[in-house]
Design a binder for this molecule. Structure first.
Ligand SMILES: [Ca+2]
Ligand SMILES: [Ca+2]
Ligand SMILES: [Ca+2]
Length: 418
């Protein structure tokens, strides 16, 4: 008789063990050969030959006629992508000594299975967009004497998921080109359906591509998104870990020097999940994982901000990015000035605010030899009062965004005599 379940097995164990200590080995001389345990899979799902979302929990039990099953070993056999039907599978039980047998001291195991194969052409209608793979789960009970079930329990099923859905955030635009300066940042968000529209998680990682494009008369990029389906692995960025706090953005700096002669581009994103499913299609309608970018060399690069003289009321001056001209202020009759600045405006090109530093009377603001003449980078937006002692005193303040793009503002205070 088979006694199924560890609970019943462990209840009857003491009497069996006691019987042996008193009797078998000493009195009878030859111990009975260990009977191997048997294993059953108790999970109703996944049922044999059926499809389930790729986060799978398998439950199982062991029974042993002359002891108890106190641990298990399992193997997941994942079939090649080319296997698309249950009928194509021939289950082959792994060998007793297969190194893949993985030990587990529990009555169940949670599996995240590969589900990385789209059975449709992503250029066409992909229906519900399922990615899948076929797997066979083998589990064998190990009894208290180390004997393994020679006929593991087995379940073959199809694991499926949907690929991550990504959306680009402003300054990317939906359905039309975004006009940006030659240094900008693109952010994104997204989520991943585990499989059945009930459980969602973050994508595992993402990759992006940035390609020159030409717009047609309607403002559409010619040959896109079709060209994106023909890219090779090398055309894409590395896979970047999903990170809502620090990552999920890319800074594209000085792109016109990297792509001379081009000013229109397509930026596209793919996400990958824990089953290996990769966002299969590209669209610049919501959820938009593709954006058309028109880089305009006449748009100012870097943070925008203003500088104010607050003590003598000499004025307020705006600096709209790199290359803003020096402001010359007649400070005749003013003995002391106090400068304030900010706020830092960066959202128009996708960056986040960073920090500031200031200095007086530096020749070249980018000369590393002048580094020690600057204040330290900080959140401070005011400098101490300054006595004007010569007829030409130059105040400099730099705004640095979170990706390191810097705008330098220069205010030159002049006077006709001092
Ligand atoms: Ca046994
Ligand atoms: Ca068995
Ligand atoms: Ca998924």
């Amino acid at each position: 008789m088979h006694r199924t379940g560890l609970r019943s097995a462990s209840r009857i164990l003491p009497s069996l063990a006691l019987g042996c200590v008193l009797g078998c080995s000493e009195d009878l001389g030859t111990p009975a050969e260990n009977l191997p345990p048997d294993t059953i899979i108790t999970s109703g799902l996944p049922s044999e030959g059926e499809s389930v979302p790729h986060h799978v929990r398998m439950d199982f039990r062991g029974a042993d006629q002359d002891g108890f099953a106190n641990r298990f070993e399992y193997i997941v056999e994942t079939y090649p992508k080319s296997i698309s039907q249950y009928s194509e599978i021939t289950v082959q039980t792994p060998a007793d000594a297969d190194p893949r047998w993985k030990r587990i001291e529990a009555f169940n195991v949670e599996l995240v299975l590969a589900a990385d194969t789209l059975r449709a052409d992503p250029r066409d209608d992909i229906g519900d967009g399922r990615f899948d793979r076929w797997h066979t789960f083998f589990v064998r009970a190990i009894d208290n004497e180390g004997g393994a079930d020679p006929t593991p329990a087995v379940r073959t099923f199809n694991a499926f998921t949907l690929a991550p859905t990504l959306l680009l955030l402003p300054p990317a635009e939906i359905g039309r080109p975004a006009e940006l300066p030659s240094s900008f940042v693109l952010d994104w968000n997204g989520s991943d359906d585990v499989g059945n529209g009930i459980a969602f998680q973050d994508p595992l990682d993402v990759r992006w591509v940035f390609r020159p494009a030409t717009l047609n008369a309607s403002g559409r990029p010619i040959g896109f998104p079709e060209a994106l389906y023909d890219l090779t692995e090398a055309d894409w960025s590395d896979w970047l870990p999903w990170d809502l706090d620090a990552g999920n953005r890319v800074a594209l700096l000085d792109v016109l020097s990297q792509f001379p002669g081009d000013s229109t581009f397509v930026f596209a994103l793919q996400g990958r999940d824990d089953g290996g499913a990769i966002t299969p299609q590209f669209a610049d309608v919501q959820p938009n994982n593709m954006a058309v970018i028109r880089v305009r060399s006449d748009l100012p690069v870097g943070p925008l901000f203003s500088v104010r003289e607050t003590q003598a009321g000499l004025g307020s001056w705006s600096f709209d990015g790199q290359g803003s001209p020096t402001v010359i202020v007649d400070a005749t009759g003013t003995a002391t000035v106090t400068l304030e600045w900010g706020p830092m405006t960066v959202a128009h090109y996708g960056a986040r605010t960073g920090d500031w530093r200031w200095a007086w009377n530096i020749g070249d603001p980018f000369d590393p030899g002048n580094e020690n003449l600057w204040s330290t980078w900080s959140d401070a937006t005011e400098a101490p009062p300054r006595d004007l002692t010569t007829t030409s005193e130059k105040f400099l303040v730099q705004a640095r965004d979170d990706v390191g793009v810097i705008t330098t503002a220069i205010v030159l205070f002049t006077s006709s005599g001092r």
